[in-house]
Design a protein around this ligand. Structure first.
Ligand SMILES: Cc1cc2nc3c(=O)[nH]c(=O)nc-3n(C[C@H](O)[C@H](O)[C@H](O)COP(=O)(O)OP(=O)(O)OC[C@H]3O[C@@H](n4cnc5c(N)ncnc54)[C@H](O)[C@@H]3O)c2cc1C
Length: 466
């Protein structure tokens, strides 16, 4: 266990015991004597959904990169989830149906390198992580809410927190992992630091989800992900979890309403999924009630742009950036923040917040831009729209068109969209050349097919009825 800090390092308080808070607690426990997590919600002893985490009722994807990074924080996590029956999916054509921007990728194609995806339910993922944190002797998880941090204006630093019941708890460091509803911007303003700039894109997402028991043997796929293409504001996801029940989510973007009952979801499936998957869904038995959730805005609080920040506190997880959930990146982005925290901690506690915030801005920027281009250009989501967004979207549409029939291009895209490779999306010349050649071939084939159609003698139908 490394102990590289050179300032007070006795007690850390973490606000919020979800994925971000648990990751932060684990990493900080390697540098501080005690860590206390405060959670306002009731934390169940078993892997079941809890009230403060509405995303548990909906399709909740763990990206391959997210799994890799979480395993680094919690060694043994992936094997333990597999032992609990969490499906493990290789990127083989038969196990995933993936459609991006209306282009079907990977289906029927053998990709060059395999990567592994794990499909835990949200409840299972959080419970597995929490069980590991519970085993660290110096970490305590307490079911009590935090009202606000304590700021010492003379020292210019945060010195603890006040709990909902009024008790004050001293701390050398406070981590705000309270999610997208974080009140840190308001507190910073009250303490005289001003509010961080908030970048936002109004995405108008609505989720409608149903758990479904589909008879075994109806479909080989374990993951079905269909994003909303530019000419249709609806998409779908289906994930098969450890309890052998599917979570099926229909979603609308740009304020479009998804179907609000199971027959409606099946009707949507008939139009966006391959026939064997929509038939399998129709043969399924709904389990429990439908659940709905609205997610109006993607937000990125730009703490990296602030001139001054107090010592003794930093935001973590969705409290910094909460992205369009239909792209399934939230946990992975939090896991990347965990990697940033590990690196920032290697430099000690002095200036930790500033170093972490800068690193997190660097890992967030490309993903934020990629999402914004797709949201704004495909569906007219509202947000800043630099001139290069339109041409960039056009190029990617061309790229995805070529990737439908070219496994090398499909793989290039899938590895980046899973955040496995560098998230800067600029393809190297080799890949651009390949996309251009594939598109040319497709264009020539289409042209020659049209010419053949014109050359065919017209079928008039005369005489067929006499
Ligand atoms: C509908 C939806 C779908 C999503 N789909 C995906 C997906 O497919 N893939 C993916 O990777 N991510 C997805 N996400 C995002 C993902 O769940 C989050 O990125 C992830 O949970 C990390 O968030 P967090 O821990 O920062 O915050 P949260 O998970 O929001 O947790 C914050 C915690 O802090 C607690 N809290 C808040 N205030 C206080 C307080 N004052 N005192 C004590 N406790 C407090 C809350 O009770 C809660 O437990 C989705 C989110 C939503 C809403």
């Amino acid at each position: 266990m490394s102990r590289t800090c050179n300032l007070p390092r006795d007690h850390v308080v973490v606000i919020g015991s979800s994925v971000a808070g648990l990751c932060a607690a684990k990493l900080l426990s390697e540098h501080f004597a005690r860590v206390t997590l405060y959670e306002r919600d009731h934390l169940p002893d078993t892997p079941v959904n809890r009230g403060a985490i509405p995303q548990g009722d909906h399709v909740h994807l763990l990206m391959a990169r997210g799994a890799e990074e979480l395993e680094k924080v919690f060694p043994g996590l992936l094997a333990a989830m597999t032992a609990e029956g969490v499906p493990v999916v290789q990127n083989q054509p038969e196990s995933i149906h993936f459609t991006a921007g209306g282009h079907v990728l990977g289906t029927g194609q053998v990709l060059e390198s395999n990567f592994t995806a794990y499909v835990p339910s949200r409840a299972q993922l959080e419970w597995q992580i929490r069980s590991r944190v519970n085993q660290i002797p110096t970490v305590t998880i307490v079911e009590r809410g935090v009202s606000e941090p304590v700021f010492d204006p003379v020292a210019g630093r945060v010195t603890g927190v006040v709990l909902d019941d009024g008790e004050t708890v001293p701390a050398d460091l406070v981590v705000d992992a309270s999610g997208r509803g974080s009140r840190l911007p308001t507190w910073l303003q009250q303490w005289g630091f001003g509010r961080p700039r908030e970048d936002s894109v109004k995405i108008g997402v609505t989720y409608a989800s149903q758990r479904v028991r589909i008879p075994a043997g109806q479909m080989a796929e374990k993951m079905v992900l269909v994003s909303a293409p530019h000419d249709r504001p609806l998409g779908m996801g289906m994930l098969f979890h450890e309890d052998a029940i599917w979570t099926v989510t229909a979603f609308g973007v740009a304020k479009a309403e998804p179907p609000n009952d199971f027959p409606g979801i099946c009707d949507l499936a008939d139009t966006v999924l391959p026939p064997h998957i929509s038939a399998a869904l129709r043969s399924g038995e709904p389990v429990g009630q439908m659940n709905f959730h609205r997610y109006p805005t993607s937000k990125w609080r730009r703490y990296d742009k602030m001139d001054r920040l107090p010592e003794g506190i930093f935001p973590f997880g969705d409290a910094v950036a909460s992205l369009n959930p239909t792209f399934g990146q939230g946990v992975t982005m939090t896991a990347l923040q965990a990697a940033n925290l590990r690196e920032a901690l290697a430099g000690g506690v002095d200036g930790l917040a500033r170093r972490l915030i800068r690193r997190t801005a660097r890992t967030t920027l490309p993903v934020w831009l990629m999402n914004s281009v797709a949201d704004i250009e495909a569906h007219g989501a509202q947000g800043p729209r630099p001139k290069w967004y339109g041409p960039m979207f056009g190029l990617f549409d061309q790229f995805l068109g070529a990737a439908e029939t070219d496994p090398v291009l499909a793989e290039w895209f899938l590895r980046r969209t899973s955040l496995l490779d560098s998230v800067w999306m600029t393809p190297p010349p080799r890949i651009i050349g390949r996309a251009v050649r594939t598109n040319m071939r497709q264009w020539m084939a289409e042209k020659s097919r049209r010419r053949d159609d014109v050359d065919q003698p017209a079928v008039t139908g005369s005489g067929t009825g006499s």
